[in-house]
Design a protein around this ligand. Structure first.
Ligand code: NAP
Length: 317
């Protein structure tokens, strides 16, 4: 069949790249479509200490660079486009992008998740002007400044520790006493002298005229609020937000089964409710969202896509 890929993968994070590697290695004519930067969220992660076999001091970008090389080596094609509509029911799946239309015998959705916002007044207006979702990208703007890190999960604590290398003081702001992160990460953060804690606290408002100048905190137990102003000499401070993830699956809503939170439901073979359509990585409904589980999902999905294409179509395109 002309102009029909054996496999189209939506998303070039660890799940999509692993699927690209396994798909192209199985000699499927494979295309990976990415709307943004190759690598997904892991490229904004400073240190990756828990991907088995990764070299010491491995960073998100270094790990992704190697995954891209491997996927390219086996012949997976990569392009940049944003998918805006899909038709997945037929034998030939159609994905409509901003630039082009793509046809495929099988599809792997590896569209990932993105940082959740606090949702308070001022957050949007001051993003990039004091509010950030990426310590690796923005930490050096806050050399010797004061920063607040919002969240109590693995990301918040790990990124807070990274920020202590730059900021004068790092305060973790978390809405309850108990932390969600792994115990080992909590112990390291608790031992870090540059980290202070504001527990039972949320941010109600972020204020500033073109640059972040003050933050209104609210105690979740007493309901008391107080406005904290940046040191006069500094003129500003940082708020880094790590309050979890939201799935990036809008374009697939109503096309494949999803959980109430918008994560795609699959079986253990990464198969969705639509034959020939698989999901892998952070966009999938699952309990552990890590690089290692994303890569594993991608491999399983591609192996099953290969079986599906082999059984459904007599010869590969
Ligand atoms: P997460 O584990 O979902 O934690 C989100 C944190 O933000 C929680 O502490 C939550 O509070 C808080 N939160 C949620 N909504 C909030 C709001 N509106 N206002 C204030 N606080 C809010 O998210 P994550 O830390 O980004 O991690 C995502 C996934 O990646 C997890 O599976 C995590 O294990 C994984 N990860 C792993 C590593 C690692 O292993 N090294 C590193 C980074 C991320 P509550 O606790 O009260 O709900």
């Amino acid at each position: 069949m002309e102009n029909v890929y054996d496999l189209v993968i939506v998303g070039a994070g660890p799940a999509g790249l692993a699927a690209g590697l396994y798909g192209s290695r199985a000699k499927l004519n494979t295309l990976i479509i990415e709307k943004d930067k190759t690598g997904g969220q892991i490229v904004i992660t400073h240190e990756v200490a828990n991907y088995p076999g990764s070299v010491q001091n491995a960073t998100g970008p270094s790990l992704i660079a190697r995954m891209v090389e491997q996927s390219d080596e086996f012949g997976a094609k990569r392009i940049k486009d944003t998918i805006e509509d899909v038709s997945l029911e037929g034998d030939i799946k159609i994905l409509k992008g901003q630039k082009d239309e793509y046809r495929a015998k099988s599809v792997i959705i590896a569209s990932g998740a993105s940082p959740r916002k606090i949702g308070c007044p001022g957050e949007k207006e001051l993003t990039g002007k004091g509010v950030s979702y990426c310590a690796t990208c923005d930490a050096d703007f806050f050399e010797d400044f004061e920063v607040f890190v919002v969240g109590g999960g693995d990301s918040a604590l790990e990124e807070a520790m990274y920020l202590t290398k730059f900021a004068r003081k790092v305060t973790i702001v978390h809405r309850r006493q108990g932390l969600r992160c792994a115990k080992s990460i909590e112990e390291k953060a608790r031992a870090n002298e540059k980290i202070e804690w504001m527990l039972d606290t949320v941010i109600e408002e972020i204020k500033g005229d073109g640059i972040l100048e003050s933050v209104v905190f609210k105690n979740t137990i007493t309901g008391e609020t107080n406005e904290y102003f940046a040191d006069e000499e500094d003129g500003t401070m940082g708020v880094f937000v790590f309050v979890g993830l939201v799935s990036q699956t809008d374009v697939f809503k109503g096309k494949v089964n999803m959980s109430d939170q918008g994560y795609i439901i699959t079986d253990a073979e990464m198969q969705t409710n639509i034959p020939g359509v698989y999901a892998a990585g952070d966009c999938r409904d699952k309990s552990l969202r890590q690089v290692v589980t994303a890569a594993a999902d991608g491999a399983i999905a591609a192996v099953n896509a290969d079986k599906y294409v082999g059984e459904k179509f007599s010869e590969k395109a």
